[in-house]
Ligand binder design. Sequence first.
Ligand SMILES: C[S@@+](CC[C@H](N)C(=O)[O-])C[C@H]1O[C@@H](n2cnc3c(N)ncnc32)[C@H](O)[C@@H]1O
Length: 264
Amino acid sequence: MPKDRMMVRIYDRAMKSGKQRRYYGGSGFYNFGYWATGAASQREASEALVDTLLARLPRKDGSILDVACGLGASTRRLLLSYPPQAVTAINISAAQVATTRQNAPGATVLQMDAVKLAFADESFDAVICVEAAFHFGTRAAFLAEAFRVLKPGGALVLSDILFRRFTSGISDRIGVPKANLFPDIPSYRAQFDELGFKDVIVEDATDECLGGFRRNLVAWPASEHRKGAMSLTMSFSSTAVCRLIASYFGAITKAYLLVSARKP
Ligand SMILES: C[S@@+](CC[C@H](N)C(=O)[O-])C[C@H]1O[C@@H](n2cnc3c(N)ncnc32)[C@H](O)[C@@H]1O
């Protein structure tokens, strides 16, 4: 099976699992979230991540494209700021597209690859992509597509992950093409400059996003137990699993980035 299909299957399965749904408070999000604004749960942090990216857009009128919308939680969040006819969402997974249609009524939701956007040049005032560009084949191809479909003066905002170099050995397994591994933030940022983006801001938000996620994940089973939602035995074994997941992401991640850029 091609590696990108395998990655999508893994997401489709993981996003449906009962534990994941409980951890994300049934929101449909699947990201690390943004914890610096005092989020008390993963759901609140994931909402705050979308809000933090939206706050980096110079304007919130016109049309917006949500790239790699997951189960549509980010798309639903966009509907708080945009009328439904202004919102388009895409995902490579047919199953996730179907769920997004339910979660974000009125938005246009299409199955599409982020590196082959089937939209005319200069279609959108804004493009948002939450925690997914590292998967695309390649990130550079997606950035070129985002530039093409943005109107002049339009803006791109994304959260993205810079993985450590040694991750190249395991990049197939985690669905990250080797071409998407960059040694540092300046070389990552150069991709935007080369395409002609202006006002490029790349903010290292590793602690605010990944750090908060790791701390919350490890503490989650005990808090579920305190609420009576998980037995003591289950909370012990879940804490061990959550610690492993938190350590794994800590080990492979170089930086979690919040990026904004404008098409002149
Ligand atoms: C970590 S999830 C983030 C989902 C969502 N943005 C959120 O924040 O909840 C990554 C998403 O990228 C999607 N994806 C991966 N490769 C893609 C591609 N080439 N084109 C469109 N979507 C893709 C996956 O299906 C998955 O929904």
